[in-house]
Design a protein around this ligand. Structure first.
Ligand SMILES: *[C@@H]1O[C@H](CO)[C@@H](O)[C@H](O)[C@H]1NC(C)=O
Ligand SMILES: *[C@@H]1O[C@H](CO)[C@@H](O)[C@H](O)[C@H]1NC(C)=O
Ligand SMILES: *[C@@H]1O[C@H](CO)[C@@H](O)[C@H](O)[C@H]1NC(C)=O
Length: 387
């Protein structure tokens, strides 16, 4: 502490001396100090970090000036620094915690404060690194997350290669709006190990970073954690379109139609891929509409078939996953002839048979009635005779 005070006094002396020197010579040089206490703080949000600092020493010299800070930061193995210029004393961003993070900051004094050109301080530096536990082979493998129909997030993974039978994995997640990281509460299990997570309904968590950490525990070996940053709108897999229809307009034009996949995805967020076949020829095409005009290639085509799948388009996301293909819908050219052969003729035979049987039955019933009538009359006649 004593040393620190001494240091400040020393700096003061240097500064006043320089200021004093200015009145004597024109070689006055304004010096500005770097920000103090620059540090990277991890609030436990699985990759969302705070970079924060305090104003530099002796800023009261430039009271009427607003100092700015130039901040540069990157993941350790990245070649590119991200650069931010700010007047604040903090900055927040998402980082890949699988790697170390380095950052540096300096003070900028704008030209109007110094009556000349902009002045920069030297750099203040900070680094942050979650000390890795366990060896690389204990990490989970093949992490795969899909946001089904922009409604249900599901992630799955495979256990690490080099783990003992008692090892198990846990998934934690965080996005802006949550107070703290939450653990998955609906795991998918296989052989007693967690291999997937069904997430609850995630409100307003798209178009922002979604942070995931899968770590684990085992009595015998420490388990290496894995960190992921995703944006939910980029991993949407919609439902396939349904209610397909095909109308043959005239001898050469066909209209294919289908309906929007059900769910919350807006109509203008879809792109469709159509797989069409006409007898032996087939092609694939994409469209943003829910219908498509197609030219027939021959007048004599017997079978026209198509199926459709959907994906979220580039206006609503940077990426997406194709839905499953819809059921195939077919139109058969010789439909009437076939209907005649396979449906009408058997139907005719059956009708004829039913008619015949009915006639025979009716005829028999008539005879029966006649017989009863005659018998009754005989009885009456007989009674008459007795009377
Ligand atoms: C600072 O600016 C004023 C006018 O804007 C000028 O008169 C003066 O010479 C300048 N001083 C230096 C050291 O450049
Ligand atoms: C896994 O990560 C969560 C969230 O950061 C943490 O609370 C928990 O202690 C970690 N578990 C292990 C075994 O490292
Ligand atoms: C189909 O037949 C009609 C008339 O019967 C004709 O006008 C048309 O060009 C034909 N189209 C093709 C593709 O052969």
């Amino acid at each position: 502490m004593a040393l620190f005070c001494l240091d400040i006094r020393c700096l003061c002396i240097i500064l006043t001396w320089t200021a004093f020197g200015n009145t004597l010579s024109s070689e006055f040089e304004i010096k500005v100090y770097p920000p103090q206490d620059f540090q990277i703080v991890d609030p436990g949000f699985l990759g969302y970090l705070y970079l924060q600092w305090q104003p530099p020493l002796f800023m009261n010299e430039f009271e009427e000036c607003t100092v700015e800070y130039e901040l540069k930061y990157r993941n350790v193995d990245s070649k590119i620094w991200k650069t931010i210029i700010t007047k604040n004393l903090y900055f927040k961003d998402g980082f890949d915690l699988n790697k170390g993070i380095e950052a540096k900051i300096h003070t900028l004094l704008p030209g109007q404060c110094t009556n000349g050109s902009e002045i920069q301080s030297s750099w203040s530096e900070a680094t942050y690194w979650i000390s890795p536990q366990g060896n690389l082979e204990t990490k989970i493998q093949d992490m795969d997350c899909v946001y089904h129909n922009w409604q249900y997030l599901f992630c799955s993974w495979k256990p690490g290669m080099d783990v003992h039978f008692d090892a198990n994995y846990n998934l934690f997640y965080w996005y802006e709006g949550l107070d703290h990281a939450l653990q998955c509460d609906d795991y998918v299990m296989e052989d007693g190990k967690n291999i997937g997570c069904r997430f609850p309904n995630l409100e307003s968590s798209d178009y922002t970073n979604f942070y995931i950490c899968v770590n684990g525990s085992s009595d015998s070996t420490p388990i290496r954690s894995s960190y992921f940053i995703i944006q939910l709108q980029n991993i949407v897999k919609p439902l396939p379109p349904d209610y397909l229809s095909l109308t043959v307009q005239n001898s050469y034009e066909i209209i294919l139609k289908w309906s929007l996949p059900s769910g919350p995805i807006p109509e203008n967020c879809f792109i469709y891929e159509i797989a069409f076949s006409e007898d032996d020829t087939a092609w694939v095409s994409t469209t943003a509409d829910t219908e498509m005009y197609v030219m027939k290639t021959t007048n004599g085509s017997k079978q026209l078939c198509f199926l459709v799948r959907s994906k979220v388009n580039m206006y609503c996301s940077d990426d997406g996953i194709w839905s499953e293909w819809s059921d195939e819908y077919c139109w058969t050219g010789g439909m009437w002839k076939e209907t005649l052969i396979f449906f009408l003729i058997p139907f005719g035979f059956v009708s004829l048979f039913v008619l015949l049987v009915t006639c025979v039955l009716l005829h028999k019933q008539k005879n029966l009635l006649k017989m009863v009538f005659y018998m009754r009359r005989e009885v009456f006649l007989h009674q008459d005779v007795i009377c």
